[in-house]
Design a protein around this ligand. Sequence first.
Ligand code: UFG
Length: 325
Amino acid sequence: MTGGAGYIGSHMVLALRDAGEKAVVLDNLSTGFRWAVPEDVPFVAGDFGDEDLVSETLARHEVTAIAHFAAKIVVPESVADPLGYYHNNTAKARQLIECAVDAGVEHFIFSSTAAVYGDPDHNPVTEDETLKPVSPYGRSKLMVEWMLQDTAKAHPLRYAILRYFNVAGADPQGRSGQSTPNATHLIKVAVQAALGHRNGMEVFGTDYPTQDGSCVRDYIQVTDLAQAHMDALNYLRSGGDSITCNCGYAQGYSVLEVIDVVKNVSGVDFPVRISGRRPGDPSAIVAGNARIKSTLNWQPRYNDLKQIVQQALDWERRLHNRKAG
Ligand code: UFG
């Protein structure tokens, strides 16, 4: 798996390990952490664009399935550095897919994103909706979806493309969580504000056409998302056709609602400043999830925003103590 030392990848490592599966992690530690991968899981420090390293790793560990998590994921950063995003997320992914084909790897699970939909005309959005990404980030991922589709027609490789909505929360056992510094994601930012690790927070826009004017998103808990990958792996192994699935709960919360939940769960009324819209934000995006439930038999266990926020708070405290200690 690539990106196994990152936020979502590290939860997948735990899911695989808990299920007694063998895994090998390839990660260049640009945003991930070595400590996020348990010592008993083989770890290769390096880049997924390094053809020789990837081929050698696939052969040495007799890899039969790849889950590709490694990517740059910050939408505003992609607007400022499109070529960096197309290099890392698109060109290097092409390389990785080629290595997979050459090594005879038959199953490929790809971390895609709700950003491929752009600002959808209606919600919940289904997988067959017109794709019109508005950011280089969304486009960099959509091109990989296309490469996988074409590759699967030409070679014996089947894929599961998983389009993540807004990922949040942490491992319920406290073994991993969102650790990247300089967080931009709403729940992480709000939790840091609640714990006094930052001086309040901003709401980017309250003039959207939503119930309270702030943006609406579908927040999926990270262990449930890792389980979606496990379900996709089992589906492909049992002969399932290539598939593209949304990963979300089909439930939207506004930014102001999320902040209220963080204030209630933490018991802290931190300062919130209303500011202007953030460029590139769709007003509302909520996942239609009928396909992942029926085809992969995915059954979410942590669909509860209060619980997600509690996990994020617990992890943030742990992370803070780790740094202090
Ligand atoms: N927001 C704030 N204040 C903050 C941070 C965020 O108001 O300090 C708002 C944003 O403007 C947005 C919402 O909270 O309206 C959610 O923002 P995030 O940055 O948490 O997440 P995004 O929806 O922008 O993007 C995330 C992932 C993308 C993915 C997308 C899919 O970062 O990779 O979800 O919906 F594509």
